[in-house]
Design a protein around this ligand. Structure first.
Ligand SMILES: [Zn+2]
Length: 450
């Protein structure tokens, strides 16, 4: 008799424990081609005024400047989405990188340490975050990476590449990064002037390609986010004038083909952007110098306008007009990776670059969720956190219990419903406990009678 009571208690306890606790359900409405990760290439100081066919760059005196002749960047843009007008709210290296990774237009390096970044969310979704950075590699940014190769000296003349890791990465990945840490010198040997600038960039691109390729070949199941900053376009702009600035951009364009191929072959998203642009002015002696952060430069389109080119297995072929901000990159990047999570402090919007959109419905109590289009149910599921994947951008109605919400789905969205004040789970648990106690009392009464 006592044994049966114990069995009853255990069974009911198990039922209570197994009641649905916030569980996520994915419903694939249409199959999608999610990427295996992303390479985020930040070309320091490359303004879109110098590379987009629609724009003409001017110097501070209003003289028209030359433009870069590109082949690979054009190829990458033509195979994906190019966003035409993207402005950096703070056209300066550290704030620019901070805005890129937080999705917050007023971000600075402290914010990167305090706020949620794309790396925090990627890591929650089992990504490895690695970086190769000439610039933008401030302490708070390095702390966001699982491992980073960076130039601690910020000097092309005497670079000092260091490797930092915050978690234990597999030994073979680290050995590869150590190998690249050592071989910058072989790229720079015997090179001076602009040739040295070009080689400095080449090293970062080749190191990134080697790391990405290694990950895809040796750990094909491991998703990763690789952030790359090449610094020599910016340095050429500051010190060598606009002709050499354009030359360094063109040489970089030549050098990124292999990295692009690695992305293409392995279903990685390839994103090309910048922390800020560049404006040129002539000194009294007639020397041309570039700038972007100080007042007289920062207010120009040449300093503010940055490229945003996204190429990947789930990206539309398109050129997107309208005005966007650098803060839109972070939420857009997460959306491209099909990571349905929110950067809580971001004031950026998802740019609709994907061929489809996902809809996540979060409810305070598990119930039936239906998605309708034109009065016809196209998908349904039960739960308190349901993501409908692969919807065509359109208008939908979400029905939950007796509630409904109309959604204009241009890009990924999260809709929340509050359908009950009392927590059903607590109510149910209380009822179960009452049943157990009542049952126990009955058993005891029966034993006492016997
Ligand atoms: Zn910069």
């Amino acid at each position: 008799m006592r044994l049966r009571y114990a069995t009853l208690v255990i069974t009911l306890t198990l039922i209570i424990l197994l009641l649905p606790i916030a569980s996520a359900t994915d419903v694939v409405v249409n199959p999608v081609h999610s990427p295996n990760g992303a390479v985020l290439l930040i070309i320091d100081g490359m303004g879109s005024s110098y590379i987009y066919p629609e724009f003409v760059p001017y110097d501070l005196d209003g003289n028209e400047l030359g433009k870069a002749n590109l082949s690979n960047i054009t190829l990458i843009a033509d195979g994906g989405t190019r966003v035409l007008d993207v402005r950096a709210p703070q056209p300066s290296t550290i704030p620019g990188h901070s805005v890129l990774v937080t999705g917050y237009s007023k971000a600075n390096k402290d914010t990167v340490g305090e706020m949620m970044t794309i790396f925090d969310i990627a890591r929650e979704h089992d990504y490895i975050c690695m970086a190769v950075m000439h610039k933008g590699d401030f302490k708070e940014m390095r702390a966001e990476q699982d491992a980073i190769l960076f130039d601690a000296s910020h000097s092309i003349r005497e670079p000092s590449i260091e490797l930092e890791q915050t978690v234990d990465l597999p030994m073979d990945v680290l050995e590869l990064m150590q190998e690249w840490q050592r071989n910058l010198l072989s790229y720079l040997e015997g090179k001076d002037g602009v040739e040295r600038y070009i080689a400095y960039n080449e090293w970062a691109i080749d190191a990134s390609d080697a790391i990405a390729r290694f990950m895809c070949e040796n750990q094909p199941e491991q998703k990763f986010l690789l952030t790359v900053n090449v610094g020599a376009v910016d340095l050429a702009g500051h010190y060598l004038g606009s002709d050499q600035y354009l030359r360094v951009i063109e040489e970089l364009d030549e050098g990124i083909y292999d990295l692009y191929q690695t992305c293409l072959e392995n279903d990685l998203v390839f994103i090309i952007t910048a922390d800020h642009g560049m404006t040129f002015a002539r000194t009294e002696r007639g020397k041309e110098v570039g700038g972007h952060a100080s007042d007289k430069y920062a207010k120009t389109l040449e300093a503010q306008r940055i490229p945003l080119i996204i190429n990947g297995p789930n990206i539309r072929k398109d050129v997107i007009g309208g005005t966007y901000g650098q803060e839109d990159l972070a939420p857009t990047l997460l959306s491209v990776l099909d990571v349905m999570d929110v950067l809580r402090c971001s004031d950026g919007d998802i740019i609709p670059v994907k061929e489809y959109a996902n809809l996540r419905v979060v409810i305070d109590s598990p119930t039936e969720v239906m998605v309708q289009k034109g009065g016809i149910t196209i998908a349904s599921a039960s739960g308190d956190d349901v993501t409908f994947i692969g919807l065509l951008p359109s208008n939908y109605t979400v029905l939950v219990s007796s509630y409904e919400e109309h959604v204009n789905l241009a890009s990924d969205q999260i809709v929340e419903f509050q359908i009950s004040r009392a927590d059903h789970r607590v109510t149910l648990a209380t009822t179960m406990i009452f049943v157990v106690i009542a049952g126990g009392l009955l058993v005891i009464r029966k034993i006492m009678k016997e």
